[in-house]
Ligand binder design. Structure first.
Ligand code: UD1
Length: 417
């Protein structure tokens, strides 16, 4: 458990290099298992979920080495060993090992996945996709197993786009005989990054980033070197903090287009936005106005993961902002904690109405999930007095050195384990 202590009121100035994307590196690490090869990954953030995923790979007899932000995974000696449930249940993305193990070993078993409590998070679409490719699924209270001595290509259709299910389907389809077509695929940029990595491993895949992805099989390579894409949610978090505090902050090593919906909202709130090839500069006088209605949607819509931090940036914005959360039913739990700082928020089911208040006041609060925790940090940076956030290892699951980064920009913030 960690404690964040913040004294709000400082403006933020400077430049920040954004970490590699958590939600891209986790599927890519699972993909390193799909064939026996030596994978060198650059731009790998130091995060609890990443370290956990590396431990899972070690349990499967992969050789793992880390040197700063470079990680090498040698999956040639891999074997299908049992993985301790406590490693699997800590994070949602462990379910991706089902597709990866089945691709590599013809069978796989994972514990029921954990991750943030954002409401019900079923895996039916993952399982249906694996069944379409010939997998036989067995589910118990604690585990999900898949058996498929011979995966075969097929047509997988997702009635609603799911990032994880699309990724699991991609991983398994690489080992299938014949072509697989996925329709209704999620279009998030992290799926594009997984496609690029799998291509570097020798897979024939096209279409990631659209709703139709085609996989025609794989000619395995012995070595792969790949650099993980930038984390658009970490980028969005810094931009929202800078908008709310006021100041002049440039985020570097981002893909500005991935941040379009967030920067559009911040622009409409009165911030100056300047984008370069891989930078976004935000200027703000800290006096913001409401962006109106924000509705979360699958990519290229407004990301559900950025909703909490933008909501936090709206707490003092003039006017009323309506947040409609359409992806996860339990994703407004941070609002209760934000109200302890004096925020005016009315929640009705999946909608939060935020009325801007002139002043927020520091308080003791608890992070309820990863992005909701980041929202408490953004709000605390704009509150008068001290805010103390109890963090049961949730915020550190997704942000690398967030305390150091914000301190370098001028914030008064500390984190202690
Ligand atoms: C991923 C991200 C998470 C992000 C989310 C939406 C990772 C590790 N996590 O989560 O940060 O918030 O995308 O952008 O990449 N659903 C089903 N059945 C399924 C799977 C999903 O009904 O089998 C539903 C979910 O309940 C949810 C929606 O589909 O309402 C989208 O979820 P999904 O895209 O699968 O999210 P994750 O992959 O879990």
């Amino acid at each position: 458990m960690g404690i964040w202590k913040l004294h709000g009121g400082d403006r933020l100035y400077g430049e920040v290099t954004i970490q590699g994307a958590k939600n891209a590196v986790l599927p890519i690490l699972s993909a390193a298992l799909v064939t026996g090869c030596v994978t060198t990954l650059e731009n790998v953030p130091r995060l609890r979920d990443v370290e956990n995923t590396l431990r899972i790979l070690e349990c499967l007899d992969c050789r793992v080495e880390r040197d700063g932000n470079r990680v090498t995974v040698d999956s040639r000696p891999a074997r299908l060993n049992p993985v301790p449930p406590e490693l699997m249940t800590r994070m949602r993305s462990s379910v991706l090992f089902l597709g990866a193990m089945t691709a590599r070993f013809g069978a796989g078993c994972v514990s029921m996945p954990g991750g943030c409590m954002l409401g019900p998070r079923p895996v039916d679409l993952h399982l249906r996709a694996l069944e379409t490719l010939g997998g036989e699924i067995t589910v118990t209270d604690e585990t999900i197993a898949c058996r498929a001595p011979r995966l075969r290509g097929g047509h997988i259709h997702f009635p609603t786009p799911s990032v994880g299910a699309t990724e699991n389907a991609l991983l398994a389809a690489c080992a299938a005989a014949g072509e697989t077509v996925i329709t209704g695929a999620a279009r998030e940029p992290e799926i594009g990054d997984l496609q690029n990595f799998l291509r570097a491993m020798g897979a024939e895949i096209t279409g990631a980033g659209t709703d139709t992805v085609r996989i025609r099989g794989m000619t395995p390579r012995e070595e792969v070197t790949y650099s993980v894409m930038p984390d658009r949610i970490a980028g969005a978090t810094i931009l929202c903090a800078a908008a709310a505090c006021g100041g002049d902050v440039t985020v570097r090593q981002v893909v500005p287009e991935h941040l379009d919906t967030v920067t559009d909202a911040l622009f409409s709130m009165g911030c100056g936005i300047q984008t370069g090839r891989n930078t976004v500069r935000l200027t703000s006088d800290g006096c913001l106005r409401s962006p109106g209605v924000i509705e979360t949607r699958p990519y290229p819509g407004f990301p559900t993961d950025a909703q909490p931090v933008l909501l936090a940036a709206c707490l003092k914005a003039e006017g009323v902002t309506e947040f409609r959360e359409t992806i996860f039913s339990g994703r407004l739990r941070h609002t209760r904690e934000l109200m302890k700082l004096g925020a005016d928020i009315r929640v009705d089911d999946r909608t939060a109405l935020v009325t801007g208040v002139p002043v927020l006041t520091g308080a003791a609060v608890t992070a309820m999930d990863l992005r909701g925790g980041a929202a408490l940090i953004v709000a605390g940076l704009t509150a008068e007095g001290e805010t103390e956030i109890v963090d049961r290892d949730l915020i550190t699951r997704g942000y690398e050195h967030l305390d150091r980064i914000l301190r370098a920009l001028g914030a008064d913030i500390t984190y202690s384990d």
